[in-house]
Design a protein around this ligand. Structure first.
Ligand code: PXL
Length: 277
């Protein structure tokens, strides 16, 4: 029987809200990837709700890692999403070292900003601390707002290809390896993903359904990583994840009460079909 790499994903548990671990775990599992988790915090909901609790788990992270070291637990891949603090960014780097194998892959979604703005919990110092984590990753998955913050580029809502290629160039100059840049729109009705390594830049264009549905960054990153670890090429995985995310948004659009996330469960069969082709 074919087995896929074992991944550790480090991000928060938002108990309600369809983002971070409650999205990553089911999507990666559906892709056949054994998924281990390290929760960075437990929130009653994600931070776009009016009121929420947050229990920070920063101090638990090194303790959990120490116990894993006693068991000699190692991972083939790591995926980080929403983290709680600068201190956690540093712990994550230690965890990569302590639990990585020689060829373990790192996927980093900065998960700190969208639509031109940082999420409420973060400031510029956090965005700056995220730079080395992103630029050392094998694959970084920022949206445009995050890519602007990581390259100290003013955010623009309307732009041409040269604006995007300059941001990509700045990230590569800063050391970035492969970059999956999401939410890049050159026309009002379409959006797309830029897939860039040091030698080439490709673009996959798809339908634009609404202005920024919540949690779609986590759905996209999880599906991309799941498809990639399942054996698709980086371009195929970027396309699979885009098609899947569009379907999730489509399946949510008729339900205004579901403003806080997308119904990613409804499209899991489509994702699995894509992978078995
Ligand atoms: O990646 C989205 C996300 C994850 N976790 C928490 C969030 C958000 C976005 O707002 O608030 C806690």
């Amino acid at each position: 029987m074919k087995t896929y790499p074992k991944i550790l994903t480090i991000q928060d548990v938002s108990c309600v809200g369809q983002c971070s671990l409650t999205v990553a775990l089911p999507i990666l599992s559906a892709c056949g990837v054994e998924t281990c988790i390290l929760p960075s915090a437990v929130l009653s909901t994600h931070t776009a709700f009016k009121n929420f609790t947050c229990r920070d788990l920063t101090d638990d992270m090194p303790v959990i890692s120490a116990y894993w070291q006693k068991e000699n637990i190692k991972f083939d891949a790591f995926y980080t999403g929403y983290l709680g603090s600068e201190k956690q960014i540093h712990f994550v780097t230690d965890i990569f070292k302590a639990h990585g194998k020689e060829n373990s892959m790192t996927f980093v979604d900065p998960a700190m900003a969208d639509n031109g703005k940082l999420y409420p919990a973060f400031d510029k110092a956090y965005a700056d601390a995220m730079k080395p984590l992103c630029f050392h990753a094998d694959v970084m998955l920022p949206n445009l707002t995050e890519a602007c913050l990581l390259t100290d580029t003013p955010y623009q809502e309307i732009y041409e290809e040269t604006y995007i290629s300059e941001i990509i160039r700045k990230m590569h100059n800063a050391g970035a390896n492969r970059i999956i840049l999401t939410g890049i729109s050159y026309t009002p009705e379409t959006t797309g993903v830029v897939i860039a390594d040091k030698n080439q830049m490709q673009y996959y264009q798809h339908k634009k359904l609404s202005q920024g549905s919540h949690g779609t960054g986590d759905v996209y990153a999880s599906a991309f990583i799941g498809a990639y670890l399942h054996g698709q090429t980086i371009f195929e995985a970027a396309r699979t994840a885009a098609d899947y995310t569009v379907k999730c948004i489509e399946n949510t659009l008729d339900d205004a009460s579901h403003w806080y996330g997308v119904k990613f469960e409804t499209a899991l069969p489509d994702l699995i079909t894509q992978l078995s082709r």
